[in-house]
Write a protein that binds this ligand. Structure first.
Ligand SMILES: [Zn+2]
Length: 522
């Protein structure tokens, strides 16, 4: 690929926690997020002398599923190695990972390019390793009095997926991550909603300059933000004639900036050597028995063929497993009749309203959405009223407690403020909080009735009256209209819309207004 001078070049290293029940080398449960610190530990994941690791077969199966789905080659004899370094999050003072013989090589993932077409991002390798523990710094790392360590996370199976530097913008990097997340979820090996289940290191350079590594990015949005910051920073340096240092930088999520990591800290000598307590992995033959489910690309094509979705709607709807399932549930009763409208209302309107409320799709009943789409299809309400009904539906569900427990954080307070260690769920009654009981949410039909949103159609007298009022109240716009000024008609339409509170059928309204203006004359 030939890149012009100044071209942005991005490669990613993505760490994903595999959603197994137990850790990679011991039987400790991976379901630690609601529990107190250091409650999911044993001699193996604490690295006590003499404890022997026993490989979790399921984790290897999951990793191979990913490798197959991403078109990688499984190598015939993979090996675990010890990566030695001394840091408090690493209880054994080494991490069991894969070095020169990773599980899988090559492969690719297809994403939507900045130009709108499909492009292949090549992969370098996928390897399996254990997650280190988690450090909680009391205060910032320089001035804090002490740090706390939680080994609940130590030993959780991770895969590291390393891409080639094939992405050409922060936006493409985000698309790569979204596509990767969707693929892992379709494979049922990953839960993106678990905090910290995905972490990214990004390599970014401007063609012709040195490469910078940005570490520590823990959110999907963070990747695009961190890279956008870096593009601006690096391009500014080049503009001023300064050189870009080859260095590692940390992303500070709260401030949205990257900061140079002191280079000394990065000069590790990991002294990799083969892990003597684990045998080489000869699992290449397993790959033939792995049956892959329908993956995002195939589902996207099916949505276009079966439901007549546009490419852009099909991409959005299949971009998340839950959303794709939701869409199919909504249209199940009448795929032919409901699909086009449902695709628009889910991919465009519903997603926007959910994001605005920071609300998850889980809280929306597919049946309620089907009800709304049916009403819209019948044409008994306008699109504007449709949005109003949807908002009422979401607000009613938003307020409802999802279950009868709430999360209580385990936290400590120090000079710098409150530090959350972990969270646990306790019954609401114990927390002394009264649960607001909300009646069963209203159906879309009931909302239409209660708010009297039924559309005014035909030669409705409400529309006629609103038109006459608008004409009488806006002599200037009227004059402009007859003088042939563009925009005057739209203004008048807007006035009538306002008076009918968005309940007039737009086609009827336009026709009746045009007639009224013609009859009246200048
Ligand atoms: Zn353990």
């Amino acid at each position: 690929m030939a890149d012009a001078e100044g071209q942005v070049i991005v490669g990613l290293e993505v760490h994903c926690q595999l959603d197994t029940l137990s850790k990679l080398f011991c039987g400790c449960s991976t379901d630690y997020r609601s529990d107190g610190p250091n409650t999911h530990v044993c001699p193996i994941c604490l690295g006590l002398p003499g404890a022997m690791p026993a490989l979790n077969k399921r984790a290897i199966e999951y990793a191979m599923k990913v490798a197959k789905a991403l078109n990688c080659e499984i190598i015939s004899e993979a090996e675990f190695s010890r990566k030695n370094y001394f840091y408090p999050d690493l209880d054994k003072a080494y991490q069991i990972t894969q070095y020169d013989k990773p599980l899988a090589l090559g492969g690719y993932l297809e994403i939507e390019s900045d130009e709108g077409g499909e492009k292949k991002v090549r992969l370098t390798r996928i390897h399996v390793e254990e997650d280190p523990g988690r450090l909680v710094h009391m205060g910032n790392t320089e001035r804090g009095k002490y740090s706390l360590v939680d080994y609940n996370r130590a030993g959780i199976p991770l895969i590291e997926i390393v891409s080639e530097p094939d992405m050409r913008s922060p936006k493409e990097a985000r698309k790569f991550l979204n596509k990767l997340r969707a693929t892992l979820e379709y494979l049922s090996v990953f839960d993106s909603e678990k905090e910290g289940s995905l972490r990214v290191d990004a390599n970014i350079s401007i063609k012709g300059s040195e490469r910078v590594e940005v570490k520590n990015i823990t959110s999907y949005k963070g990747v695009e933000k961190a890279l956008t910051f870096e593009v601006t920073r690096q391009k500014n340096l080049i503009r001023r004639g300064q050189t870009i240092d080859r260095e590692t930088r940390h992303y500070l999520e709260a401030r949205g900036i990257t900061q140079s990591a002191r280079s000394k800290e990065q000069e590790h000598d990991y002294r990799y050597f083969p892990e003597p307590d684990l045998r080489p992995l000869r699992v290449k033959s397993w790959v033939d028995n792995i049956v892959l489910p329908e993956l995002p690309d195939a589902r996207r094509e099916r949505f276009i063929a079966r439901y007549g979705c546009s490419l852009s709607h099909a991409r959005t709807l299949t971009g998340e497993l839950k959303l794709a399932n939701f869409f199919e549930q909504v249209v199940a009763a009448d795929p032919q009749g409901l699909s086009p409208l449902a695709a628009t209302w889910i991919a465009d309107t519903l997603i926007g309203e959910l994001n605005y409320r920071d609300m998850s799709l889980d809280r929306v009943e597919p049946a309620a959405m089907t009800g709304l789409v049916r009403i819209l299809k019948k044409g008994t309400i306008t699109d504007k009223s449709g949005v109003e009904v949807l908002r009422v539906m979401l607000d009613q569900r938003h307020r409802k407690e999802p279950d009868n427990t709430i999360k209580v954080a385990w936290s400590l307070t120090n000079d710098e403020g409150k530090v959350t260690l972990a969270a646990e769920k306790i019954p609401v009654s114990e927390a002394g909080i009264k649960r607001t009981i909300i009646e069963a949410p209203e159906t879309p039909e009931a909302i239409v009735q209660r708010l009297a949103l039924a559309k005014h159609t035909g030669d409705d007298r409400v529309i006629t009256a609103a038109i006459q009022e608008a004409i009488a109240e806006n002599p200037k716009a009227l004059g402009d209209y007859y003088a042939g000024k563009a925009g005057a008609l739209n203004f008048l339409v807007g006035q009538v819309m306002k008076k009918t509170r968005g309940k007039a059928d737009p086609a009827d309204l336009n026709r009746m207004l045009a007639e009224a203006l013609k009859t009246r004359g200048p």
